[in-house]
Design a protein around this ligand. Structure first.
Ligand SMILES: *Cc1c(COP(=O)(O)O)cnc(C)c1O
Length: 241
């Protein structure tokens, strides 16, 4: 038997410590927001994390997410971020139930999210997912397509273009991890200058590379495993159901 609250509290504390340490190393104190990635984890765990003070949660699978959002709808000040692949026939549910989308990768999806955003809700916060390690992945926007897409999406009234997101190819060496993050940070600056925008979000860094991401200017790290445990069922510390 173990106490879920204590387990989560310890894991959150360890992640806060890593964030503070990384922020201090590069003089960026208090500039990094923690997005807790709760995909595959039960609503009960999200609720415990919320009680510990975590208010922003990332989800990748729409049906699963909608269940949790509904189950936890009495919690005030809870913010849902969609971070998974988007099918264009699913945009209505995303636009109706989320506050942020990090994984926009084409104009059609952005237009649908814009058109389907309910009138009474504030603009949907958007990050564009960039294919930053081009050889390793097929997901995300190609670098050469990014400027025109930014220009089109920036003008959609029910979307608020906040920045860029990337999932680089895995590397173990921190210097190697930093390269794609540096590239993404540079892209954000260039796009802001070129189109006179004020995008303020670099959604980059996960459990295994958050230090590298923070060193290169990440403003939001997306952490699953270090907070909620492994997503594989062999992890005995992860309650099911
Ligand atoms: C699952 C996921 C994460 C969390 O990854 P961890 O390595 O478990 O921290 C972050 N970002 C995206 C887009 C994900 O799908």
């Amino acid at each position: 038997m173990y106490n879920l609250m204590t387990l989560l509290q310890n894991r959150f504390q360890r992640v806060y410590d890593r964030i503070h340490q990384a922020e201090q190393t590069c003089n960026r104190h208090g500039q990094v927001q923690l997005l807790a990635v709760s995909k595959t984890k039960p609503a009960s765990m999200v609720r415990e994390a919320w009680h510990l003070g975590q208010k922003h949660f990332g989800e990748s699978y729409l049906q699963e997410a909608l269940g949790k959002i509904d189950e936890l709808n009495e919690l005030s000040d809870i913010h849902w971020h969609f971070i998974g692949p988007i099918q264009s026939n699913k945009t209505r549910d995303i636009s109706n139930h989320f506050d942020w989308v990090h994984s926009v990768d084409r104009l059609k999806v952005a237009q649908r999210l814009n058109d389907q955003r309910p009138e009474e809700l504030p603009p949907l916060n958007i990050c564009l997912q960039v294919n930053i390690s081009e050889e390793a992945s097929k997901s995300g926007i190609k670098l050469e397509e990014l400027p025109s897409l930014v220009q089109s999406i920036a003008s959609l009234p029910k979307l608020k273009l906040r920045g860029l997101m990337a999932i680089p190819a895995p590397e173990t060496d921190i210097e190697k991890q930093r390269e794609p993050f540096k590239k993404l940070a540079h892209l954000l600056n260039t796009l802001n200058d070129t189109f006179s925008l004020s995008m303020d979000t670099l959604s980059m860094g996960m459990t295994d590379d958050l230090e590298a991401a923070i060193a290169e200017g990440s403003t939001m790290i997306r952490i699953g495993t270090a907070l909620f445990g492994s997503r594989f069922s062999s992890d005995k510390t992860t309650p099911t159901g």
